[in-house]
Ligand binder design. Structure first.
Ligand code: SF4
Length: 393
């Protein structure tokens, strides 16, 4: 059982001096979990220029920051990309002009009753196994559930979820998420993965989404990797939004997961002020691919309450994509996604590189193409009226 956020003793919190000397790689993840800062006032003296926010902000969404993450934050700059992601801000007290929701993705509507399984696509499901994370992101799309202090999903709900997956043979792909599945002990994770493999042999692809690998890399231990290997987890998707989150300790632990035979992918959320910059994204995705972690999705910020100040307009996302395609390695370019309101699902944001136009040839067989650098060419034969000529006789 995890420590409740509000039970964390102030004496366990690190002062600035202690943080400067702190070796996160040498302390167990459980101890670090207990040292999380859970109120902005606790960071005064640790970081300068801490913004005071109203207590009402905490009623909507808790704060939780691991000492490892606090140490990565810029001591003086309130616009540090890590501080923006994790520290509460006055923006959360303001109302945007557009509507925000608690469940923009409409996940509750697609959740199977009595379970924590979201079944939206025919052959794959999202299995929400945990209600908490090591460090809480202010833009979280699941604010409605991850701010829970004890981080547990009821055991009978977990059992009902495994039953549901076991009884539906069309399900081939299961993504364990939350919250963060790695907030569990190895034993609990071992049990859930083992039961899934035993009771649902039709599941072909088992993957885990985790940001804890990034927020608290010591969570990745040889024991955890043995569990992943034992149950043949095929993929672990991590979530990084800025190159500052990539450290030698993270690289070391990523390698441990890879040695267990697990593919790794990267998810990123496009956040105003944090990473809505071509150079930042180029660096992030190249560092990721260097680690052998394939950039997978860049999501637009969801319209959840208190996250409106992070939203990057659609046209800017297209510009960012165009700043990647052709400019960095192809496998390092992720798909940009907007999650459709109310459960429409993932909608790719794709700039137009090939345009079908009725050109001077008049018969509509030519398309106009442009490359990443804006150079254009007309390609005859690819257009809508293209036909393979039949044999004349
Ligand atoms: S790690 Fe993911 S689920 Fe957890 S708070 Fe951040 S965005 Fe939400």
């Amino acid at each position: 059982m995890l420590q409740k956020v509000n039970d964390i003793s102030p004496s366990k919190l690190l002062t600035r001096q202690a943080l400067d000397n702190y070796d996160a790689g040498a302390e167990s993840w459980q101890k670090q979990f207990q040292r999380r800062y859970t109120h902005h006032s606790e960071l005064k003296g640790v970081l300068n220029q801490i913004e005071d926010v109203n207590e009402t902000v905490y009623a909507k969404f808790s704060m939780s920051i691991t000492p490892y993450m606090a140490k990565l934050m810029d001591r003086d700059d309130p616009n540090c990309p890590l501080r923006l992601q994790y520290l509460p801000s006055f923006h959360e007290e303001t109302k945007p002009e557009f509507a925000t929701l608690l469940d923009q993705l409409g996940e509750e509507g697609d959740t199977i009753e009595g379970t924590s399984v979201v079944h939206r696509y025919p052959r794959r499901v999202l299995f929400l196994v945990s209600n908490t994370c090591a460090t809480l992101c202010r833009f979280c799309t699941r604010k409605r559930m991850v701010s829970q202090p004890d981080g547990t999903v009821a055991k009978d709900e977990i059992e009902a979820s495994i039953d549901y997956i076991a009884n539906n043979e069309q399900i081939q792909d299961v993504l364990l998420s939350g919250g963060d599945p790695l907030t569990f002990s190895d034993e609990r994770l071992d049990y859930i993965l083992g039961e899934l493999r035993r009771r649902a042999p039709h599941v072909r692809f088992l993957r885990i989404g985790s940001r804890m690998v990034v927020q608290l890399p010591t969570r990745v231990t040889p024991e955890l990797c043995a569990v992943l290997e034992k149950h043949k987890v095929q993929m672990v998707n991590i979530h990084i939004n800025h190159p500052k989150e990539i450290t030698p300790l993270l690289r070391e632990r990523v390698k441990m997961i890879q040695k267990a035979g697990v593919m790794m992918g990267l998810q990123t959320v496009c956040l105003k002020g944090v990473n809505d910059d071509v150079e930042v994204m180029r660096d992030l995705f190249m560092q990721s691919i260097e680690m052998g972690v394939r950039p997978y999705y860049v999501y637009s910020t969801d319209m959840v309450e208190g996250a409106h100040h992070f939203v990057v307009p659609h046209h800017r996302m297209i510009q960012l994509y165009e700043g990647l395609r052709g400019w960095i390695s192809g496998p390092a370019v992720p798909t940009f996604i907007v999650d459709g309101l109310g459960g429409l699902g993932k909608l790719p944001i794709i700039p137009q590189y090939v345009k079908e136009e009725l050109l001077d040839d008049g018969d509509g067989t030519t398309v106009k193409c442009r490359n990443y650098a804006g150079k254009t060419v007309e390609m005859p034969g690819l257009g809508v009226h293209f036909r393979v000529p039949s044999k004349s006789n």
